[in-house]
Design a protein around this ligand. Sequence first.
Ligand SMILES: Cc1cc2nc3c(=O)[nH]c(=O)nc-3n(C[C@H](O)[C@H](O)[C@H](O)COP(=O)(O)OP(=O)(O)OC[C@H]3O[C@@H](n4cnc5c(N)ncnc54)[C@H](O)[C@@H]3O)c2cc1C
Ligand code: FES
Length: 281
Amino acid sequence: MTGPFSPHIPVAATLTAKRDLTSDTALFTLSAGRDAAGFLSTFVPGQFVQLSVPGGGEIPISPAEPPSAGMIRLCVRRVGHVTGLLHRLPAGSPLGIRGPFGRGFPVDEMAGHPVLLLAGGLGIAPLRSLISHLMAYREKFGEITLMYGAREPSVMLFRDELVELAGRGLIRLYLTVDFAPEDQVGGYSCARGLLPDLLEGFRFDAANSYAAVCGPPPLYRCLTADLEQAGVHPSRVLLSLERRMRCGIGRCCHCAIGQKLCCTDGPVFRLSELKDIPEAL
Ligand SMILES: Cc1cc2nc3c(=O)[nH]c(=O)nc-3n(C[C@H](O)[C@H](O)[C@H](O)COP(=O)(O)OP(=O)(O)OC[C@H]3O[C@@H](n4cnc5c(N)ncnc54)[C@H](O)[C@@H]3O)c2cc1C
Ligand code: FES
């Protein structure tokens, strides 16, 4: 941690904008002020912040893009108490932020390699900050492929911007939905099927690639087996895991995964680190 900020005390932030993406998911823009800019700029894609909603509590959220000038964007699905309160707040409401915390994606190590991104559902939100980083330093990375699966076209998040990146030749994009007829947008076909179906038979430089996976838990077991079988080394299979959190800084053990803590050892883990922890995936 740098600067005058304490990892224990939330920095005051203001909700400046909310953009609804689907009926239950929105992109929230928070301003934490210029004083927090240096602190937030230490963010590495894949890390999380503890967002406090007055009268509700604190929840861990992975920023959907790297914070800039004290401004932070969070893509949050309404699933329960705190997220429900957040979704009802008007612009101008006070919020709090602790962090960024945890271990993000090893972006320096990934430089020079092809990157395969696999996102299921809301998993695209944390991966979006990694995509932003990859785009900002595009020349440093090899081929970038994004496979993104959603339940149906109407809940596919950030589709237009992803299609735009693909249209500019910056990423290879494969979209799939569980349900819906074949659906065409911007020249990009949206297949029908599950995310592992996209990976099946996909030809890529597996031995040299990094794979970053983020999505609902059932997806991990299936995709990790497929990635290993394709030849991606387990130390290069990067998984963003979610556990319920309290302190966010390795003190309470609330987020334990075997001997590891999701908040400090993760939330991004290498598959090779999780091999002996059956409950991890
Ligand atoms: C590192 C990390 C990054 C995350 N990033 C995002 C993000 O970018 N966007 C987003 O919308 N959500 C994200 N989450 C999940 C988010 O923290 C939970 O949805 C939130 O804590 C739910 O709070 P609540 O009070 O609204 O729900 P509650 O009322 O506490 O619970 C409602 C439901 O949500 C489930 N739930 C609660 N907390 C979690 C959790 N931590 N992980 C999984 N399920 C949970 C409960 O089991 C229950 O089914 C992330 C979680 C972690 C650990
Ligand atoms: S949330 Fe307290 S140790 Fe991880």
